[in-house]
Design a protein around this ligand. Sequence first.
Ligand code: SF4
Length: 376
Amino acid sequence: MSLELLTELNHWPAGRVREMAAKASPADIDRALKREERTPADLCALLSPAAVSRLEDMAREAQRLTRWHFGRTIGMYVPLYISNVCGADCTYCGYAVRSGNKEKRRTLTETEIRRECEALAAEGFQSVLLLTGEARRAVPPSTIADAASIAREYFPSVAVEIYSLDQPDYEELYRRGVDGVTIYMETYDRETYGRVHLIGEKMDYDYRLGASERAGKAGIRRLSVGALLGLFDWRVDGFWTALHARHLQRACWQSSVSISFPRLQHVPERFDIPALVTDKELVQLMLAMRLFLPEAGFNLSTRERPEFRDKLIPLGVTTMSAGSSTRPGGYTTYGEETLEQFEIEDTRPPKEVAKAIRAAGYEPVWKDYDYAFDQE
Ligand code: SF4
């Protein structure tokens, strides 16, 4: 676990972030808007209630920065769940071991993974995200590495969103062609983290917090972090996510860092969302993060409604998933027979999402050009 990151986070306890945001004045927001490089104090100002009246100015600057660093392109990717077996009990998740549904749990065989990959590649996708629950015995790192090798036969770009690993395991994934690791801290607030993670390795906050950095040190080229919005005060968790991303940009300078904004909307019956995040708050968070981290990619999943996703495109988004299923085998093998992790909101087929991206004045990119460049 990086002591440097822990020290940075501890330097900004929730109370301090909240207080600075509450006290931010119009002059603080003006200053934050004008600066070339923004400080954590500027980020507090941009996340503040007082900045709500400046969202249009923030949007203009966010758009300018995103176009400068990323052009007018949106990368397309698709998730592929290879297993929904999970031994952890994260109270907000449909895969949690205590949610039951034993008969709907599956780990895809190599033949099934191949079939799913074939179907997704035929749709035009060239970038895939492989996902599992936390089940080291049912789905060990070696099985994930084998799945990655299969996926690499179909996709130039393969990323994983799986349980936290040691650096040697990330090194093996890298050797098998994995170029991206997504791992959400869910919440950076230790107390809330302990309250929602009740069984499993994921209970170890520090081990999870250090996972992205271990992946970066292993050579993984794309690191993606995020907080599960709704678990804790979005301003504070957003602020801590930004500090984490900035730390990774420095500690793993050879990797690109991106941020996802998963927002809790559909949750299991036993769970009440403690800190619901509105559309407007999500917009403010994305804009503030863009101004603080102009070079970070922003990922937007199908958790959000189609019309809202379309509106977010010009505000800093750089990659979008489309046509997603959150069930193993959900594309061609098992349909709706297996347990889903969460309900998606944007059910449009990939081609329709691509059309919406074009309508917003951006080019959907199915191929990862960076990867092609790396191989030359
Ligand atoms: S969030 Fe991940 S580890 Fe937790 S229950 Fe869901 S699948 Fe398992």
